[in-house]
Design a protein around this ligand. Structure first.
Ligand code: SF4
Length: 388
């Protein structure tokens, strides 16, 4: 339950208390945070049993994903792969399909590889030792710390973007938080704040405070740390954390084509490494300068499959935002320019291909923009729709 939406009775009294510098009040901060978390934490499916598997999957899933969306994906994932053994036994296609829409597909492949490693090297039991956790595929320092502290109670901090923001404000960290020296300062305070024996509750409380109260637009009037907060005391909350350089979002013009033949459509599977590794797609690529989208899709098909195609239909534009670029995808319906040419492609940008029946596309893991196109063209009527 989020009871932090309105100022609690004691809030105004707390706000009027004199400033208590955080550096000299660590135990009081710990207590205030834990008390606040006990009342205000959201009920989330991975906060019931705190199994290492659930903590791990939730932490990986929530990177770059909104909480509400993450909960949906988490519940569906657990229904499909309820434990490490079930995940390890799954084939990659099924895992990627389950992940579809979350992006950064290497995370899903790493989950699968790590589950298999746990089965092979740890007898199916999630390792509790930090070094062994770190040795799992795809597990970086943040995720390892989160699993070790939240699932196993190790005295380690979890510093995600929410925690960075809280610490930068409470301790008035005055340079960009993603870079040293500020990053080191944040990590040191984060560690100092973890109370003995309560790492699980504390780390989640910090992350929850950042998510619910100390947000980009902070709600200091309901904050349990208000009296300890240096930047509030100094009136510079809006200037903390100090931002780093903003990533430039580049526009990308690209094309893709749905080549049809005898009631089937041509799809190909991308190589395992690189963007969209092992996902199925309709072939295509970037539009070159001085080239029309129609010319680009014909050229891309020739380069990637050796098929000579012509445009038979225009399916409009699909736009999709990624972390570093914004994709404008021009979509076409295609047919073989010479009906007598071989239906066997010569693949240069894929590891395999198939002429799929439209209904088979639902079982293939595809990048988000290509899924949108498939749904647009072949969506089943709602009454008969597949429920993932
Ligand atoms: S007082 Fe405001 S700025 Fe400071 S930690 Fe709380 S919400 Fe964040």
């Amino acid at each position: 339950m989020d009871s932090s939406s309105s100022a609690p009775a004691g809030a105004s009294a707390r706000m009027s208390q004199p400033f208590a510098p955080p550096q000299q009040n660590i135990p009081r901060i710990q207590r205030a945070l834990l008390d606040w978390f006990a009342v205000n934490q959201r009920r989330l499916p991975w906060r019931v049993h705190y199994t290492p598997y659930e903590v791990w999957v939730s932490e990986v899933m929530l990177q770059q994903t909104q909480m509400e969306r993450g909960v949906d994906y988490f519940n569906r994932w657990m229904a499909r792969f309820p434990d490490i053994a079930a995940l390890a036994a799954a084939d990659e296609e099924a895992v990627l399909r389950q992940w579809e829409g979350l992006g950064y597909y290497s995370r899903a492949r790493h989950l699968l590889a790590a589950a298999r490693k746990i089965m092979a090297e740890h007898g199916g039991a999630f390792p509790s030792d930090l070094e062994a956790i770190r040795a799992l595929p795809g597990v970086g320092p943040y995720t390892a710390g989160a699993i070790a502290s939240i699932a196993f109670g190790e005295k380690l901090p979890c510093v995600d973007a929410n925690v960075e923001r809280v610490i930068a404000r409470v301790f008035d960290v005055d340079s960009p938080v993603k870079q040293d020296p500020a990053a080191g300062v944040v990590r040191r305070w984060a560690l100092r704040l973890v109370p003995e024996g309560l790492a699980r509750e504390h780390n989640q409380a910090m992350m929850e405070l950042g998510a619910l109260v100390c947000r980009k637009k902070p709600r200091c009037e309901v904050c349990p740390l208000a009296v300890f907060c240096s930047s509030r005391h100094l009136g510079i909350v809006e200037q903390r954390p100090v931002p780093g350089k903003k990533a430039v979002i580049k526009p990308v013009q690209a094309v893709t084509g749905v080549l049809r033949r005898a009631g089937r459509v041509f799809v190909q599977k991308r190589p395992p490494s690189g963007v969209w590794g092992n996902l199925w797609e309709f072939p295509g690529g970037r539009v070159e300068p001085d080239e029309s989208p129609e010319q680009a899709v014909v050229r891309e098909f020739m380069e990637e499959t050796a098929f000579t195609v012509r445009v038979a239909a225009t399916y409009g534009i699909i736009r999709h935002g990624y972390t570093t670029y914004r994709l404008t995808l021009h979509c076409f319906g295609l047919e073989l320019a010479d009906a007598a040419q071989s239906a066997l492609p010569q693949l240069t940008a894929a590891t395999e291909s198939r002429w799929a029946r439209p209904e088979e596309l639902d079982g293939l893991a595809m990048p988000a923009a290509h899924r949108k196109l498939a749904d647009r063209l072949f969506a089943v009527a709602p009454s008969a729709a597949h429920t993932p």
